[in-house]
Design a binder for this molecule. Sequence first.
Ligand code: GAL
Length: 704
Amino acid sequence: MKIVPERGVIMSSCLILLVMILQNKTVAQQNQNFFPKQDLMTIGSYYYPEQWPREYWSRDIKKMAEIGFEFTHFGEFAWSFIEPEEGRFDFKWLDEAVELTHQNGVKVIMCTSTPTPPAWLAQKHPEILMVNAEGRTMQHGSRQHISWSSPVYRTYVEKMVEAIGKHYGKDNRIWGWQLDNEPSHYGQYDFSPAAQQSFRRWLEAKYKSVDELNKAWGTAFWSIRYNDFSQVLIPNQKELIAQPAPAAVLDFRRFSADEANEFLSLQYKILRKHIPASQWITTNLMPEHVDVDPTHINSLDFLTYTKYLVAGYDKGIGPQGFRLGSSTSIGFANDFFRSFNGTTGVMELQPGQVNWGKFNSQPLKGAVRMWIWHAFAGGNKFVCNYRFKQPLTGGEQYHYGIISTDGVTPSTSGLEYIRVINEIKELRKSYDAAAGMPAAYKKRLTAILYNADNRWEMDNQPQTNQWFFMDHLKRYYNGLKQLGAPVDVITEDKDFSGYPVMVAPAYQLLDAKLVERWKTYVQNGGHLVLSSRTGQKDRTGKLWEMKWAEPIHELIGAKISYYDLLPDSVQGTIKMGNQGYRWNNWADMIKPLQGTAVWATYTNQYYAGTAAVVSHRFGKGTVTYIGPDTDDGALEKAVLQRVYQQAGIATENYPDGVMIDWRDGFWVGVNYSEKPFIVPVKPGAKILVGSKVVKTADVVVWKD
Ligand code: GAL
């Protein structure tokens, strides 16, 4: 089989690309109007009027304003207060709260409260409930227990969103809107009858005939084949003896992401009918979510993210790292969410100690402040703290707020918020609209190419207990940030040509069109870095009926002979120049073609002497292929450094945990490492926050 794209295909894909780029531009331009540049970044906090006695509201909101919060966030869990009985909407209480914010000069993000339908709704219509992989039906009593696929649920959602849209649509005390809350089932999937039906409809629309589906899923294997769409079930490992068809799993992941998008777009369309163009609509997503893919959400004005770094999962660096989290956590979220259309915000940021983690430590002193500055560094238009008051009752009792349990005293992290709010206010005075991105920094601009299909497909078939797609990708991300590169995490609908360097980590699924686009990019002078597992399959997840990864051979100037995986107790060794490196997770064995340079070789196991990293010139640019996936990212960083060097692009060399970004005329440095870092401030530069010596959990902001 040959994968040569036809001319017409290339022409029409170029046209589609152009339209997409233009559309993105329009949204990005419009987004600038939502957030005046001179405001830099606004800071707000969540408040739940329905969870506190009315007589507290004015005291609390006044306090919010005194602290300097510029906006608050209402209502994402308030459905049973907004519609206490079916069809009876009550906005009186919310009007009162909105008026109080207005009197105090605080703007409001209003939400649709779809994650928490009232008890009467589940009682009347139990068919709206989500069913998990074990076949258990979720119940009323917490949140996010409903099936987005349920047509009944959607009808009630439509009515509620219509009601709130009509009520607050013309209200200029509302700043913007959030749909739902972290739309997700937190790593679980919905197997309800409604989801099964919706999945079948999705498949029918995609494949048209069951024969096509059989072909795409390879159902001849193990006699899985279907006579009719009605026989297809959501692949559920809990109900299967051996592996489901991988293509079925991939389609189900795509469907789930589309379902979330459709659910949000349904709400978006209703709200947009009622609200003015000046009000924006977003939702808040966790970057690490796998069941809802941010890149599939295409109907909102922009996306925001939520971030909790200290909850026992992120080790960070050194013995105190668990109190700080990793620099790649907020860093990656910034560059991922901002890159969709140029605008993002942090809708929730950890306010200190939380209640739901593996263990819930106190963050290191200064960490909360550093996180906020890190969000600023990455271009966020706002940061909203989760939450203003520590709750006295309910499922998040042990969760910090800005204000502690007595209702009036700021918590330790509350004090850190107060400090940053004042620092940002001060910084606004130094804003210079004319400041342009420094040339050396701009020259390093790098894209990471991301497609959730790769993550879904490889994490479903990891081949080793040590393969994790996001860890692989973040090793490259971290390497790039240590070299001081500004990074955009982009998807294939974006134009590649503005990026001097592009890294496409583990890009397993591709087609002729993408390979052609990469070739053009490189021929025109781009520097492309590809890594382990790239190019092994077509977009349906089928292995090529060709040599292993053959579609990329010409591009990378090499063949991939085979791959190897090791037990976690065995270390593979590699040499690049005089430097030794270790790998343990995955290793592609590379056979260079003529004219391709070998940068690194494996030095143990029976394939010692085989190429591990190769690079060659292709047109005006270069292509580099990295076969192994390491644990520490040292090889990845060293190769990236060599790619820039060869391309004549100067880089920095920051230690792991230090990130320095430029935004709106300001350099911002944060330090998640164990040691103080001295920032390379040019003579004559003006330090506006902190000092040249940035201690652990500290920040520096300066202007050249
Ligand atoms: C978030 C969630 C919030 C709140 C918070 C607690 O993931 O969106 O509603 O539960 O966690 O840390």
